[in-house]
Write a protein that binds this ligand. Structure first.
Ligand SMILES: Cc1cc2nc3c(=O)[nH]c(=O)nc-3n(C[C@H](O)[C@H](O)[C@H](O)COP(=O)(O)O)c2cc1C
Length: 343
């Protein structure tokens, strides 16, 4: 039996007496998503995050993914290198932020050149917006995308679908055709795994049905409930965009989306061709992550963006501590919590 002693027994007993009044928790604040089963497992071993598994054709060592964020500035390069270093240490997958600048030239290539840091084993995906995809398709220049992935040694491409962000963005693009058409056309031209994601609003049931029918490597939710890019662009906008503010409050949570995926997979009229999920958007911590993964009807990892960004901005050490604790929490949850409704 291992013990962790930092204070004497006498100090500890005194702390208990002094802190009891502050350590009262109302039943109304309990997390009702789980059954707590303290009898059934030992504490997980440390380090607990060594079980490797295959995801998108690569080996990961923890079910956690760094969602697409940033690139194209010096600060972004530093953040990306911190993120990649942490992915390597803990065995996480990673999506790059929009690689749009690399479609023009390679001046900022080093911001995105993370494969040497990540190593070969982990999944690593390039990223572009649906507006750039539309443009490339129009220019018959879609072969720039496999070339981009090759330069980056990326395993595939993520396309982000972000109509409300573009609408609110002062310099935003306008889509001239439905994103689904552009994605279908890309799929018939791209010899690489493709992931489609939203950026913080999520996908409704009809969009999810369409995505599940496509031969995608994964759907990344980019669900609502966390970073909201429509709102973020509204905050950036100097023009009068206030009128569109109600649109920032539409969207779907990751849990709602998982329920639709489950219903859709049970529908015999759907022929699913996509069999993996990256559950992202508003995932606040490991407990949300554990809950969502347990609810997932498809092989999945959970993902965060802003939570990593906040730590990576401080220092690599801050990011490492954050991830280490999140994974410890995740494996503790896995040992002691059962999701209600899963039995
Ligand atoms: C600073 C920042 C930049 C982002 N840039 C991109 C991007 O270039 N491409 C993309 O697909 N998503 C981008 N996202 C969206 C995230 O991948 C994610 O879908 C969204 O932030 C929701 O996750 P969160 O609630 O954990 O932050 C960005 C997010 C942040 C915070």
């Amino acid at each position: 039996m291992a013990t962790q002693k930092t204070t004497s027994d006498k100090d500890r007993k005194r702390d208990h007496i002094e802190l009891t009044a502050r350590a009262q928790l109302a039943a109304a604040t309990l997390d009702r998503r789980f059954y707590f089963e303290p009898l059934l497992a030992a504490h997980p071993e440390e380090p607990p995050f060594q079980q490797s598994f295959l995801f998108l054709g690569k080996q990961m060592r923890a079910p956690l993914w760094v969602s697409s964020m940033t690139g194209g500035t010096e600060q972004a390069g530093r953040i990306n290198r911190n993120l990649a270093k942490a992915c390597r240490k803990f065995g996480l997958g990673m999506g790059l932020g929009s690689c749009r600048v690399l479609l023009e030239n390679d001046e900022r290539f080093e911001d995105f050149n993370l494969r040497p840091i990540l190593g070969d084993e982990l999944p690593f995906f390039a990223n572009i917006g649906i507006a750039q995809l539309e443009e490339l398709l129009e220019q018959k220049a879609v072969d720039k995308l496999p070339a981009l992935c090759e330069r980056l040694q990326a395993d595939g491409l993520i396309v982000h679908v972000n109509p409300l962000q573009e609408w609110m963005q002062p310099e935003g693009d306008r889509f001239r055709r439905p994103p689904l058409e552009s994605i279908e056309e890309l799929l018939s031209n791209l010899p690489l795994p493709l992931v489609v994601k939203e950026v913080g609003q999520g996908f409704g049931p009809q969009s999810l049905r369409a995505l599940l029918s496509l031969p995608l490597a994964a759907i990344e939710f980019g669900a609502a409930g966390g970073t909201n890019f429509a709102l973020l662009e509204l905050l950036r906008s100097e023009e009068e965009k206030e009128a569109f503010e109600p649109l920032t409050r539409v969207g779907h949570s990751a849990e709602e989306m998982l329920n639709w995926v489950r219903d859709l997979l049970a529908d015999p009229s759907l022929q699913p061709a996509c069999d993996s999920l990256i559950i992202s958007g508003g995932v606040k911590n490991f407990l949300d992550g554990y809950y969502l993964l347990e609810r997932s009807p498809l092989p999945a990892v959970y993902a965060q963006a802003s939570a990593f960004l906040q730590r990576a901005l401080v220092s690599y050490e801050a990011l490492e501590t954050y991830i280490e604790q999140q994974l410890q929490g995740y494996y503790l949850a896995k040992a002691m919590l059962k999701v209600r409704g899963n039995e």
